[in-house]
Design a protein around this ligand. Structure first.
Ligand code: ATP
Ligand code: MG
Ligand code: MG
Length: 353
């Protein structure tokens, strides 16, 4: 059998490794953290930094295909690997998605609408940009943000008096986005195979709590045309990137049903965890099928459901949750339940189709 290399050892890598095993593949995980969630279920771990040349050479030698579970894999590492072994999704997807400025520029360039945005590097640029947005906006770090970290909201403020903001944000490149008065947030998980075939799951409606995804609900409660437009946008993005694997696309739904893309994640996505409970082929299996050059499975959904994350002490709810008959539990094997840490999730099946 052949081996799939996975860069990143968190819960997404763990669930990819489990899906790979079911399809008959061995897995090896590159992750500096020993005993990480993915290594607990994979066949092996290379315990090194993601950009360590010796580790990358070892991973390339051990793997028939390499994939990744997080979007901040150094692009140089992905490119170095790609010279020796097939790497999917392509390094270009990482490059585009790692910087919110290049991400939005790319999306607008292929005809996909986003919030308005301005790059910001100084307090003066912030003041000027806020003025053009009527005093409201969300300032974000261009790189490395997740779970709402590295963001600051400005609402109906007079543009002025923002001295020290850029320093407080860490003196890193920033982007100001116009504030989107969305009616709801949805996401589409979609896959593209080696042969160019695309499969998109139903959109989920996502609710965040303290900046972290709290629930994903199916159906999303949007019009059929809105759901179709979201799937089409995801397919357009996949084709434009000559993508192979699963992608997560986050959208804002406006009051009139029109869509703006918030961001894309070139990997399996938290808002797609429901697929393991309500679809024949989960996003994890779909990703392994895609990168391994197998036929994609059906993205069809056999049930309505709600996925909920277990953050920190939420894991104390496990005994109660297990008493529910139509509930699928998934824990990540993390020993310490630190605040804000994703410990697991569950999916409640609410109605069988
Ligand atoms: P993730 O964990 O999904 O990667 P992130 O840190 O990359 O999150 P975003 O997805 O950009 O952050 O933003 C987090 C949340 O903040 C969004 O899901 C949305 O609720 C809100 N938000 C972000 N940008 C805007 C905007 N331009 N207008 C209104 N709300 C926004
Ligand atoms: Mg993000
Ligand atoms: Mg997001």
């Amino acid at each position: 059998g052949s081996t799939i290399g996975i860069i990143g050892g968190g819960q997404l890598g763990r669930m990819l490794a489990m899906a790979a095993a079911r399809l008959g593949y061995r897995t090896i995980v590159l992750e500096p953290q020993p005993d990480c969630p993915a290594a607990q279920v994979a066949n092996g771990q290379i315990t090194s930094a993601y950009d360590d040349p010796a580790a990358l050479a070892e991973l390339a030698a051990a793997s028939a295909i390499v994939t990744y579970e997080f979007e901040n894999v150094p692009v140089t590492a992905a490119e170095a690997l790609a010279a020796k072994v097939a790497v999917y999704p392509p390094a270009r997807a990482l490059d585009v998605a790692q910087d919110r400025l290049s991400e939005k520029t790319f999306l607008n360039g292929i005809g996909i609408a986003t919030a308005e945005f301005r790059p910001v590097d100084t307090d003066e640029e912030l003041t000027a940009a806020l003025k053009t947005f009527g005093g409201s906006g969300i300032l974000k770090t261009r790189r490395m943000g997740y779970d709402g970290k590295g963001q600051r909201v400005f609402r109906n403020m007079e543009a002025g008096g923002f001295a020290g903001t850029c320093e407080a944000m860490g003196n890193v490149p920033l982007i100001l986005e116009s504030f989107v008065p969305f009616e709801r947030e949805i996401s589409v998980i979609a896959a593209r195979g080696l042969d160019g075939a695309v499969a998109a799951y139903d959109p989920a409606a996502n609710v965040h709590r303290n900046g972290i995804l709290h629930t994903s609900t199916l159906p999303a409660g949007v019009k059929v045309e809105t759901a179709e437009a979201a799937r089409t946008a995801a397919a357009t993005i996949l084709s434009a990137l000559d993508y192979v694997g699963v992608i997560g696309v986050e959208f804002f739904v406006l009051a009139d049903g029109s869509l703006l893309v918030n961001e894309i994640a070139p990997r399996v996505h938290n808002s797609g965890h429901w697929t393991e409970a309500a679809c024949i082929v989960s996003q994890f299996e779909q990703h392994i099928r895609a990168v391994a050059g197998l036929a994609l499975g059906s993205p069809g959904r056999h049930s309505d459901c709600v996925m909920e994350n277990l953050i920190g002490d939420d894991v104390l709810r496990v005994p109660t949750l297990l008493a529910e008959p139509d509930l699928m539990l998934h824990l990540y094997g993390k020993a310490e339940a630190r605040p804000g840490r994703k410990m697991g999730h569950f999916t409640r099946i609410s109605r069988r189709a």
